[in-house]
Design a protein around this ligand. Structure first.
Ligand SMILES: *Cc1c(COP(=O)(O)O)cnc(C)c1O
Length: 387
């Protein structure tokens, strides 16, 4: 007898539940912003990636409403009839902002990360990735056909040892801002190693763009580094841009190769041209948004100062991602539940997503001082009650 789907999965579902690892989708009844309706209840939201508060910005919605050059649907893939002027202009504007030769749009960051690794690397090549890279980078490496090795988090000595071990063409892959810890890769060191060993360097700046650097240009600018010829940058629009989708930035030959050969680019419908227009508007606001970045960084500092005063276990992060380490999954869930009872939405992130269970607090420019103070005082109560 072959198993039914229930035979195979019911025990796995039961096991997840028993381990406090069961995942659920909170239902939002309001736009993305600090004050939300989630599962029918009013909540202060401290776990979105909407770092600059652009996700519900009325100027973006207005730009879409005022446009009469596009409908909602793109109708086809980019290589068929789906490549609208708004996509084209968005690519040019991103290239101009970042100072790269060209940019190519993708429907999601997940797909961009698959595309880069599948297209650039082949059997016999090597991909060397940081152990804490985003899941989409790991999946892209696994799907590429190249030999995939991981080095311990930020251990560039281990990375160099790997680079010295073989002459195979190599791609170094790293998040710039690590999505669960909020700490930064040392891009200068990565670039130096890449140059020394003629490796290509692929950086996912999902959490750096809009937040770090001049005009929000991200992690390369934060470290005052150029984007070199054999560097590849991925950015996503689902974080600070407040829209959705992603892009790859780099040399003309890189972008032309992706257009010709990247299956996750070729065989999929182009993102909505309205989303491209929304993202063009977001880029304009984000480039001009030093006041938003100043507010975000003030909010991060306020949270860190308050949380340290409470004796909470923070990580070394200058980014909007500020995890509170709690150690075990049940405790992380209990704290997250207690915060929900008090009207704060903060997700518990547990193994297998991360090695150490934590609350993943994220800050936004849209949070007020009073909202951050309210979160800190709720955390003080929960800590005192020793849940
Ligand atoms: C969110 C994220 C992605 C995935 O981007 P999507 O557009 O949401 O698919 C990739 N990499 C990192 C580091 C991310 O945080």
């Amino acid at each position: 007898m072959k198993p039914t789907i229930a035979d195979r999965f019911q025990p796995k579902l039961d096991e997840r539940q028993a381990q406090s690892l069961y995942r659920q989708r909170p239902l939002a009844f309001s736009p993305q912003r600090p004050q939300m309706q989630i599962n029918g209840l009013p909540m202060l939201n401290f776990c979105s990636n909407d770092y600059l508060g652009l996700a519900a910005d009325p100027r973006i919605k207005q730009a879409v409403c005022n446009d009469d050059t596009a409908g909602w649907g793109s109708g086809a893939a980019h290589l068929v009839t789906g490549h609208h002027l708004h996509h084209h202009l968005l690519e040019d504007e991103l290239a101009d902002w970042l100072g790269v030769e060209r940019v190519l749009l993708f429907s999601t960051g997940y797909m961009a990360n698959l595309a880069v690794q599948q297209t650039l690397m082949q059997k016999g090549d090597r991909i060397l990735g940081d152990k804490l890279n985003h899941a989409s980078l790991i999946d892209g490496a696994l799907a590429s056909g190249a030999d995939f090795k991981r080095y311990s988090h930020l251990d560039y000595h281990a990375l160099e040892t790997r680079l010295e071990q073989s002459d195979a063409p190599s791609l170094i892959v790293s998040d710039s801002v690590f999505s669960m810890d909020g700490d930064l890769a040392d891009l200068a060191k990565l670039q130096q190693l890449a140059n020394k060993h003629q490796a290509w360097l692929f950086v996912d700046d999902a959490h750096g763009l809009g937040v770090l650097g001049k005009q929000g240009k991200g992690s390369f600018d934060h470290f005052n580094l150029p984007i070199d010829a054999d560097n590849i940058l991925v950015g996503t629009f689902g974080k600070a841009f407040g829209t959705s989708g992603a892009f790859v930035a780099g040399s003309s030959v890189l972008i032309e190769s992706l257009i010709q050969f990247a299956r996750p680019f070729i065989y999929t419908t182009a993102m909505s041209p309205m989303n491209a227009l929304a993202t063009r508007t977001a880029l304009k606001l984000l480039r001009e948004g030093d006041d938003l970045r100043d507010q975000l960084h003030a909010n991060i500092a306020q949270f860190r100062t308050g949380a340290k005063a409470l004796g909470l276990n923070l990580m070394p992060s200058v980014s909007a991602i500020q995890p509170i380490l709690l150690g075990d999954s049940a405790k992380a869930v209990a704290w997250s539940e207690a915060l929900k009872q008090a009207g704060f939405w903060v997700s518990a992130i547990r193994p297998p997503t991360v090695p150490q269970a934590r609350l993943r607090v994220t800050l936004s420019a849209a949070h007020s001082d009073a909202q951050i103070e309210a979160l800190l005082s709720a955390l003080a109560h929960i800590k005192k009650a020793d849940i």
